[in-house]
Design a protein around this ligand. Structure first.
Ligand code: GRF
Length: 214
């Protein structure tokens, strides 16, 4: 069976990209990473793509519309069917989001709709929540909004600082993103308004990682 063709947009470290590349290396994983686009030439994720033989592209154009046109071209040439934003730190052109919206997903290190935007782990600590986590969602024009596909819950522990909490959430991200791409690739996701229905799953079992389970 042909595997889903995924394009990943990054700006930096690329650890989520790495998690997707590793998942795709499994023989039965239903998706493959066919293109990586970075808006920064120095993104560490580009090296990860190179070491895995994934075609990589730098589109550093600061103009939003020009970036979108170039990215569209790369994604189409690579016959991409799903775009995964993985630490992509630029606001995308509205037309680009509208074109790809139901075929474009993002991962954010909080339980959305809590703590959108920058420094979500710092926001979680400031709010004093006992749990935070991460969210994979379809992308809509407003930043960090869109129908939620899956979430992982992570405890906030005594003595956490931003880095410790971020590291604990990141470990969950590396499990949640490949799971979400798998659900998409298996054709199990349908969008109903602001909700995502997962076929064959008694929600939230397929969409939630239990912090008690290591
Ligand atoms: C992750 O925490 C992701 O949720 C957020 O940016 C970070 C990117 O990390 N959107 P990496 O580049 O995947 O290592």
């Amino acid at each position: 069976m042909p595997r889903l063709r995924v394009g990943v947009l990054i700006s930096g470290r690329g650890s989520n990209l790495q998690a997707l590349i590793e998942a795709a290396a499994e023989p039965h994983y239903p998706a493959e990473i066919v293109a990586v686009i970075s808006n920064r030439a120095d993104a560490q994720g580009l090296q990860r793509a190179a070491s895995s033989g994934v075609p990589r592209h730098v589109i550093a154009n600061p103009d939003r519309a020009a970036f979108a046109t170039a990215a569209d071209g790369v994604l189409r040439d690579a016959r991409v069917e799903l775009v995964a934003l993985a630490g992509f730190m630029r606001i995308l052109d509205t037309g680009f989001v509208e074109r790809w919206g139901d075929r474009m997903i993002n991962i954010h290190p909080s339980l959305l709709p809590s703590f959108p935007g920058l420094h979500p782990q710092r926001q979680a600590l400031a709010a004093g929540v006992k749990f935070s986590g991460c969210t994979v969602h379809f992308v809509r024009v407003a930043v960090d909004t869109g129908p939620i596909i899956a979430q992982a819950v992570v405890p906030v522990e005594n003595g956490d600082d931003e880095d410790r909490l971020a590291a604990r959430i990141l470990a969950a991200e590396h499990r949640l993103y490949p799971l979400s791409v798998r659900l998409f690739a298996e054709g199990r996701l349908s969008i109903d308004g602001n909700r995502v229905v997962i076929a064959g799953a008694a929600a939230p079992s397929a969409a939630l990682l239990n912090p008690a389970e290591r």
